[in-house]
Design a protein around this ligand. Structure first.
Ligand code: GTP
Ligand code: MN
Ligand code: MN
Ligand code: MN
Ligand code: MN
Ligand code: MN
Length: 195
């Protein structure tokens, strides 16, 4: 277990905790960059209002909605897309003790068709109520590594909200979207870029 990780039940028992749910939407793709480099997968993140990268989702109040209902509501606000999240989409929960009150973050993932992902992107940029203020736009994470560190290494060297970067890294390996070796190499290059 990663540091701060706890079960969903433990998190929901936390007295005075706030809760936030976010989701990684992804798909397989046959796209090739410059007709050459396989893109392999579409992984959606968003540019937030504060300039940080994160996943779609947000604060949920378990006293009035389930985690999944709250996440579905946030996705409607941020993506303009109806997506009924279920407990099957749930991955992990994590406690962030540094924030007051404490924040429990719950992470989900859903595999979609490439066509559905395109519909999400279209809705997020047009009809989503939060577009242009809470959410500045959806972005696809590049998963390939080009000569010199372009692609995943540069992407990982941006600034991310909370623990969303480790949520991304864990999910990429968990679903086999990149190999552990590819991730390790990308992180090494990202680290060099920060220096
Ligand atoms: P408001 O509607 O303005 O309240 O925002 P929101 O409900 O959409 O909340 P937001 O998505 O900003 O998430 C709430 C809190 O969870 C943030 O203040 C961050 O601390 C944290 N957070 C935001 N995005 C992510 C993410 O992708 N992963 C994780 N682990 N935490 C996140
Ligand atoms: Mn193309
Ligand atoms: Mn929101
Ligand atoms: Mn949000
Ligand atoms: Mn909200
Ligand atoms: Mn809001």
């Amino acid at each position: 277990m990663a540091s701060g990780e706890l079960s969903r039940e433990e998190a929901l028992e936390c007295v005075g905790c706030r809760h936030a749910c976010h989701i990684m939407l992804y798909a397989d793709t046959e796209e090739k960059l410059f007709g050459k480099t396989p893109v392999r997968h579409v992984v959606l993140m968003q540019m937030r209002f504060d300039g940080l990268l994160g996943f779609p989702g947000g604060l949920v109040d378990p006293s009035v909605e389930t985690l999944e209902e709250g996440l579905s509501r946030e996705l409607w606000e941020e993506l303009g897309f109806t997506l009924s999240v279920t407990p099957k989409d749930y991955l992990t929960s994590c406690l962030t003790p540094s924030s007051t009150p404490q924040l429990a973050t719950h992470f989900y993932a859903r595999k979609m068709d490439e066509q559905e992902i395109r519909e999400v992107e279209r809705a997020a940029a047009t009809t989503a109520t939060d577009h242009g203020h809470e959410v500045m736009g959806m972005v696809r994470a590049p998963l390939y590594t080009l000569k010199g560190g372009g692609g995943l290494p540069y992407f990982l060297s941006h600034s991310f909200i909370g623990n969303s970067r480790s949520q991304l890294e864990d999910a990429l390996v968990r679903f086999g979207l990149v190999t552990p070796e590819e991730l390790r190499e990308a992180l090494t290059l990202a680290e060099q870029r920060r220096l």
